[in-house]
Design a protein around this ligand. Structure first.
Ligand SMILES: Cc1ncc(COP(=O)(O)O)c(C=O)c1O
Length: 404
């Protein structure tokens, strides 16, 4: 038996939508994308949702629109410092670097695996460099408190943007994870909570920012903006279809992606409750063992259960020699057919690319919690498609591995 980390997630009814859409002849961004955006905005209780071709593109666009808005003052300028968690995904960090901002890493909290706000506050209080933004990741399905992020960013006058690419379907009370602040990014890469094969998007409540995202997603043109008519009043010999009002990329999604997304979104709640059930079963099976499910506390109380949508299950090896045991445990699991992987990228500061872009060699080991997680923890799959035999096999395999 195999317990994969990822599964295509495409069902016959999703594929039917693809064929219907291809046969309609409408291929590039159009009505289905707009329909999916409306459905996502409704789901997230956000004013706007702007679909793009990946979660990485969503992160890039969120930063571009902060740097070069068409109206008003830029919320960030080149050279500004932005806080990021030491356990990060590359394309959360790269847009910061690529667009001339300065990444400042903060160690993670061992329970949430995201930015430790107490450490972030200490850095702000003791640092001579002014910090202008914070870009937390809501990791692996775990909602980080919106109220805490809002309070922290207001107190320190920071622009708050959220990477929610791993945490669709995760709620912090009545608010979806990451929906405080200016914007939040989502990914629909295959095996995420819903898939559009590749795909992503940005949620925001800011009308001007949403219009800039729409322009910047598509060469910088005015066509998809809500204020296109106003721009058209002063065409200055330009054609309204070819009026470019901002910087831009081509990060547009395709109609087939939106068509799949619409079908998948209908079943998101079921997918997420399956994932929670898998995490609860695994956590129970590991009670009193030397392995701990990181984030299992959210499963203990009905009130907090929805704050985790379990993209994957993080498992930490406890007790002495955890680092050496993790190597043996993951090898054993892989031999049994249970796939494992590092927690995101491990300690991101230990990645070779970071050494190349930071001016001085970054000291990865100073990030004690990120190093601990990289050395002692691993991920197993929690895909909503796993059947009960696979879930039992996963629990048995983890149980036998815990005795190593
Ligand atoms: C935290 C985080 N941000 C961004 C991304 C990028 O998303 P995508 O793969 O859709 O580009 C990922 C990928 O899964 C991710 O885990």
């Amino acid at each position: 038996m195999r317990i994969p980390l990822a599964s295509s997630g495409l069902r016959p009814k999703d594929i039917e939508e693809v064929i219907k859409t291809l046969n309609s002849g409408n291929l590039t961004m159009g009505a289905r994308v707009r329909e999916f955006e409306t459905a996502m905005a409704r789901y997230l209780n956000a004013k706007h949702f702007v679909m793009v071709n990946s979660g990485s593109s969503a992160n890039l666009l969120m930063i571009e629109a902060l740097l070069r808005p068409t109206y008003g003052k830029s919320l960030l300028s080149p050279g500004d410092s932005v806080l990021l968690p030491a356990i990060a995904w590359p394309t959360t960090v790269w847009p910061i670097v690529q667009l001339g901002l300065n990444p400042v890493f903060i160690d993670v909290d061992l329970e949430t695996l995201s930015i430790d706000l107490n450490m972030a506050q200490k850095l702000i209080d003791n640092s001579r460099i002014p910090i202008r933004g914070i870009f937390p990741i809501h990791p692996l399905g775990r909602a980080i408190s919106n109220a805490a992020l809002k309070e922290f960013s207001l107190k320190n006058e920071l622009v708050l943007i959220n990477d929610v690419c791993e945490s669709l379907g995760s709620w912090d009370g009545k608010l979806h994870a990451g929906t405080e602040g200016i914007a939040s990014s989502f990914s629909f890469y295959f095996s995420h909570h819903i898939t559009t094969m590749e795909g992503g998007g940005i949620a925001t409540n800011d009308d001007y920012y949403a219009d800039d995202l729409r322009s910047m997603r598509s060469h910088g043109w005015s066509r998809d903006r809500s204020d296109a008519a106003e721009w058209n009043q002063n065409l200055n010999n330009n054609d309204s279809k070819f009026l470019f009002v901002s910087t831009g990329y081509n990060l547009r999604p395709m109609e087939i992606q939106a068509a799949i997304g619409l079908r998948q979104l209908e079943d998101l709640d079921t997918f997420v409750s399956n994932r929670r059930r898998i995490a609860a079963t695994v956590s129970k099976a590991l009670d009193n063992s030397s392995l701990r499910v990181v984030g299992a506390k959210t499963l203990e109380f009905e009130s907090s259960a929805k704050s985790h949508s379990w993209m994957l299950i993080p498992i930490q090896v406890m007790g002495p020699n955890a680092r050496e045991r993790k190597e043996k445990i993951t090898r054993h699991l892989n031999e049994l057919g249970v796939e494992t992987r590092p927690v995101l990228t491990g300690n991101f500061l230990a990645q070779p690319a970071i050494q190349r872009i930071m001016r001085k060699l970054s000291d990865a080991e100073k990030f004690v919690n990120a190093t601990k997680i990289a050395q002692e923890a691993f991920l197993v799959g929690a895909h909503h498609d796993l059947d009960s035999d696979q879930i039992n096999f996963l629990c048995q395999s983890l149980n036998s591995a815990s005795k190593i």
